[in-house]
Design a protein around this ligand. Structure first.
Ligand code: DAU
Length: 350
């Protein structure tokens, strides 16, 4: 039986990856290693928690000894590494937390895998999940390809860039098998409401202001999280070792256009008069170092592995809104307590 450790499996993207692997591959034993920080939630995995091929391990990747102990005990065939601090605004307030988890945490995993897999690197894989933000920002035209030079602008993207470099370096220096994928903005069920789409859905439901940063003309390339999980599955099984793949939706939206679309859909679904949510739009002080535009060229994964997004943005967004409207209890749980304090702290200067 193949054994795979998925780090960060209780988080947003991680939980979709865990669900896919546990349900699709009964012949694999899946270990979800997660520290359960504010963004990790076992509620995200209630539907698979009793599957015989699923095991949850609460552990923090910043603990080197613990990583060594767990990885030597399980002796996995592969590690799919998603555990990360991921919110840009948080990284501006507390960069060191991002260095600890994203850089040191990744190196801790690499060190353990390097030692435990020694002599059989060819049969094992360290698959590192990363972001398009490592490439920095684009002007009006152009796309990020796998050969675009790294040029990160936020403490978050700098920490992810550093972790990518370490993974590559361990491949070159020690000969470990690795793959890195860099993906664009994800959206979908179970996303913590600090990111644009779930935050704004939450605020529209609660009739709270929608804080659009700067002029709102920043551009992001949006991908449904389930399509990302499908890409990760494909890359894990078919990707070439020591390679990088970009994953994106070829789906660029200026923030303000996306917010207006969201407002329109939400008014309709909530049975409110058209234009109600629009009135909540509030332009606020910009995010420092705000990247103007991201856009991914996903040609390589498309032509070499045959992956492409399976749903349109309109369908994915509509399903996402429905999910949040049906799961108000989940939303209430994750936004209680510390969330309110965080929210006020984050927006007090904006
Ligand atoms: C939270 C928030 C965001 N924004 C803007 C900032 C960005 O231009 C855009 C999306 O913001 P966020 O949802 O924070 O996502 P962004 O900074 O693009 O980064 C995301 O996408 C990245 C991939 O591109 C991931 O690596 C990151 O983990 C993820 O957080 O919306 C607002 O205008 N108002 C807001 O309140």
């Amino acid at each position: 039986m193949k054994k795979i450790i998925i780090t960060g499996g209780a988080g947003f993207i991680g939980s979709h990856v865990v669900r896919r692997f546990v349900t699709k591959y009964p012949q694999y034993q899946i270990y979800n290693l997660d520290a359960l920080t504010y963004a990790g939630n076992l509620e995200n995995l209630r539907d698979v928690e009793n599957f015989p091929n699923y095991t949850f391990i609460k552990a923090d990747i910043t603990d080197a000894d613990k990583m060594y102990e767990i990885i030597s005990e399980i002796d996995p065939d592969g590690v799919i590494h998603l555990a990360a601090e991921s919110h840009v605004d948080r990284s501006i307030n507390d960069p060191l937390a991002f260095v600890k988890t994203n850089v040191i945490g990744t190196v801790n995993l690499l060190n353990a895998c390097r030692d435990i897999w020694k002599g059989r690197y060819d049969e094992t894989l360290f698959y590192h999940i990363s972001t398009d933000e490592v490439y920095g920002t684009l002007g009006e035209s152009g796309l990020f390809t796998e050969t675009t030079p790294y040029d990160p602008n936020s403490p978050y993207s700098a920490s992810k860039a550093a972790s990518d470099h370490f993974v590559r370096a361990y491949g070159e220096t020690y000969g470990m098998n690795y793959i890195i994928t860099n993906c664009s903005n994800n959206y979908g069920p179970f996303q913590f409401p600090e990111k644009l789409i779930p935050l704004f859905i939450n605020n529209i439901i609660a009739n709270k202001p929608l804080p659009v940063y700067g002029d709102g003309l920043y551009t992001r390339d949006w991908l449904y999280v389930i399509d990302h999980a499908m890409a990760i599955d494909l890359v894990y099984h078919k990707g070439a070792k020591h390679e990088t793949y970009n994953i994106g939706g070829f789906n660029e939206w200026k923030n303000i256009d996306l917010v207006r679309l969201l407002c329109r859909l939400m008014d309709k679904k909530l049975g409110r008069p058209e234009g109600t949510a629009d009135k909540l739009i509030t332009f606020v002080k910009d995010r420092p170092g705000h990247d103007r535009r991201y856009a991914i060229d996903a040609t390589k994964i498309n032509t070499e592995l045959g992956w492409k997004p399976s749903v349109t943005f309109e369908t994915g967004l509509s399903e996402t809104i429905d999910w949040y409207l049906e799961n108000t209890e989940w939303l209430k749980n994750v936004t209680s307590g510390a969330y309110q304090k965080y929210y006020e702290e984050m927006y007090k200067n904006r």
